[in-house]
Write a protein that binds this ligand. Structure first.
Ligand code: NAD
Length: 498
């Protein structure tokens, strides 16, 4: 592990932050809150800045501003304005990318290498993708004529903005999660109140500054809040002036949000947890698959919803595979996330580390074998790459999301058994299948009930690919054309043909 230095002050965004406190964006103005709370660098445990702890009244003000902007400005109807503003936002993000990178590394603990992917560089492209899609997207659908009781009708459908959107995000990939909601919602013509995650607020607030200072997005179209607790989010999910809630976070919170939103029958979009399986068919290359399994579970220290945290291996190959994965995990470099050679950074908080460690201890008590890892490393909230073998597919470690670098190896008997175990989960977010035969891998993947599947290492994650879950991993799809649809209402028209 590399030695750790103090993170020092981080000046991302266009404004300097002498006192380390960033501001909320409400009704087009960057404003402070009465109270602030500290944001820690998870690699050092030290305070790197302060975030406004928005009061419920500020959440109310943000909703009122978004409602006003939706009801009184040209935003929902002026496509050219929206294209221009999305392009400005993309340019501002690119211009400030390196500042955002340092802030993202410090606030989230994701290693520099992660920021070159889903941590930062890839999410910026989501904004460009939706600006491009908006330029060519047709918001009307001609249904032609029909005849009812002797009269002919001409029918068509127009798609229009769904209204005021509350966007609530998880802590792990704040740029990805914010932009995968903001860009399609804005492209659709909606107005937005974005609430960042309590643990990684500074990145989300930096996005707010770029929007306020570098785009012509009208006042109130985007509002950004951060808060230490859940009260702000609760205002957003129950407020009668909010039409849509788009949420990324745990399944437990997703259930609460769905219930809260039911009082006003809001449209609810949920990106929730996962417990995805990597299925290694008996003809797969074990060395290559072991490498894929090890590096996937350590990506952002396992804090990814779509990470394959269950490794399903044919029983006769179990021990050979465990040996190979352990060897690969031993080669994972963890430590200072600023170092370009670091592959794995820390967990987000001591609380998260305690949760991960508790699950590993209980797995071992329940009969799984701890092959490697299971150690806390200080300073910061590091947890060593961990491998558990011989895991019972019904045990807690095989059923519950860990959100840490903990891989559970589960033996299976035959292909049907592998599919049964892969589907033996309340979740259905993602998965992977490895085989010497691509056709065989695809056939198995088709039997797995998840929203995304990687075949022999294929990468499905891109702005034009719909992402989301089956079962309790969520409702709806983010990104791609499907992601735009989440923020559109359909209005059907008919006229009499003379
Ligand atoms: P979390 O559920 O604890 O919090 C997510 C957000 O919800 C935060 O902004 C939080 O303040 C807010 N919140 C909490 N209670 C609320 C309430 N009652 N009403 C309104 N808002 C409330 O999740 P987390 O710990 O930040 O993130 C980890 C989870 O996110 C994991 O389960 C992970 O799988 C999931 N996740 C899913 C995806 C996906 O695309 N499916 C992506 C990233 C993370």
């Amino acid at each position: 592990m590399g030695t750790q230095r103090d993170a020092g002050p981080v000046a991302a965004g266009s404004a300097a932050h002498a006192n380390g406190t960033r501001r909320l964006l409400i009704g087009g103005r960057l404003v402070e809150a009465e109270r602030t709370y500290p944001s820690l660098n998870p690699a050092t445990g030290k305070v790197i800045g302060h975030a406004p702890d928005a009061a419920p009244a500020q959440a109310e003000a943000a909703v009122a501003a978004a409602r006003r902007a939706f009801d009184t400005t040209a935003w929902p109807t002026d496509v050219d304005l929206r294209v221009r503003c999305l392009e400005q936002l993309y340019d501002a993000l690119v211009e400030h990318k390196e500042e955002l990178r340092e802030l993202t590394i410090a606030d989230t603990g994701s290693p520099r290498i992660v920021t070159h992917g889903a941590g930062l560089d890839e999410p910026l492209e989501i904004v460009r993708y939706y600006a491009g899609l908006l330029r060519e997207h047709s918001f009307t659908e001609d249904l032609g004529e029909n005849e009812v009781r002797g009269r002919r009708n001409r029918r068509w459908v127009e798609k229009e903005a769904a209204g005021v959107v509350a966007a609530i995000t998880a802590y792990n990939y704040p740029n990805q999660l914010a932009l995968a909601k903001l860009a399609p919602a804005l492209a659709a013509g909606c107005t937005v109140v974005l609430k960042g995650a309590p643990d990684t607020p500074l990145v989300t607030l930096a996005l707010a500054e770029l929007i306020a200072e570098h785009t012509d997005i009208p006042a109130g179209v985007v509002n950004v809040l951060t808060s230490a607790g859940a009260a702000t989010g609760e205002v957003l999910t129950t407020h009668p002036d909010v039409d849509v809630v788009t949420f990324t976070g745990s399944t437990a919170t997703g259930r609460k949000i769905m219930a809260a939103a039911s009082g006003t029958v809001k449209r609810v979009f949920l990106e929730l947890g996962g417990k995805s399986a990597m299925v290694v068919l008996d003809d797969a290359d074990l060395d290559l698959t072991a490498m894929a399994a090890a590096f996937t579970i350590c990506s952002h220290a396992g804090q990814g919803c779509a990470i394959t945290s269950r490794l399903l291996v044919q029983r006769g190959q179990h021990d050979a595979m465990v040996e190979r994965v352990a060897a690969q995990l031993a080669g994972v470099r963890y430590g200072d996330p600023r170092d370009a050679n670091t592959y794995m950074g820390p967990l987000i908080s001591e609380r998260q580390r305690e949760k991960v460690d508790g699950m590993v201890r209980r797995a071992v008590e329940g009969g799984a074998k701890l092959v490697t890892g299971g150690e806390k490393v200080d300073p910061g909230f590091f947890y060593t790459p961990t491998l558990l073998s011989g895991v019972d597919p019904d045990s807690e470690i095989a059923q519950e999301e860990v959100f840490g670098p903990v891989l559970a190896v589960i033996p299976y008997d035959d292909e049907d058994d592998a599919v049964r175990i892969a589907n033996n989960s309340a979740y259905g977010l993602s998965g992977a299948v490895h085989s010497a035969s691509e056709a065989r891998a695809i056939a198995v993947a088709r039997r797995i009930r998840t929203g995304t599947l990687s075949i022999n290492g294929g990468n499905y994650f891109a702005p034009d690919v719909p992402f989301g879950g089956f079962k309790q991993s969520g409702i709806g799809r983010e990104m791609g054309v499907a992601g735009l649809d989440e923020f559109l209402e359909r209005k059907a028209f008919a006229t009499i043909v003379p």
